[in-house]
Design a protein. Sequence first.
Length: 286
Amino acid sequence: MTSSIEGITLRDSLRWRSWNGVVADVWHVHCAAGARGSYISRDARLFVALEREEGHTQLQLSAHGADIAACAPVHMSYVPADMPLWSRVETAGELRHLDLHFDVPALEARIGEDLDGERLATPRLGFMDPRIHALAGMIARECLEPEGHHDLYGDGLVLALFIDLLQLGRSAAAKRTPLSERQLRRVTSFIEDNSLRNIRLEELAALTDLSQSYFSHAFKASTGVPPSQWHMQARMRRVQRMLAEVDLPLREIALAAGFADQAHFTRVFRRFCGETPAAWRRARRA
């Protein structure tokens, strides 16, 4: 993103994280009265005010030569890719905000469908959505806390926010061509061998010489579940073997299995297996 600002001073160092398809930045700035800026990004982005002093901001977009202007509370604004934005702050004050930059092709591959181009190209200035704001707050905490959760936690948050932002619902499932037996065997073997680490979608797609979007559709057509769910099921099977066969504390098993801590491990295990790791281990060993 390129920008030009005047009267805006950075209070703290920039904090940021990246997940599959999204980069998140947290900024803490002081805006002088009359502060202004101009911005343009190659990616679609969402601005979310996390903490702010009351006030309104003049916002102006230029969409294909036609200006769109608004004077709105500093809540959140969605700006399409390559669309210039100008802003002017009326009153001085502190502002902490989150910027989310969306890699649309990567997100399309994760969601498994082509997104509505018109919806992606429609700006929204100065709006408020409590669900999106709550998700943005959790994403910001992942940026601010050096020892955050497992990457899958942040991946889930940013994907949920993006789905809410674009108001994506269930679409009619199109008939998809499944993977060949050889492709499926190669992918599932790779997942089994690497189940205790994060596996990127592009790694799996590369094994089949397919695009990420096509691979996602074909894998689900073959197995009935998306690649991420198959991966987590494989991880849980490996963890169950560790619980049954290895005398390691739960905390060490959690770290070996790629979880941020034992609490995160317990939550995920219970969701997939119906009970806590400790209860599962006691029942099998009894």
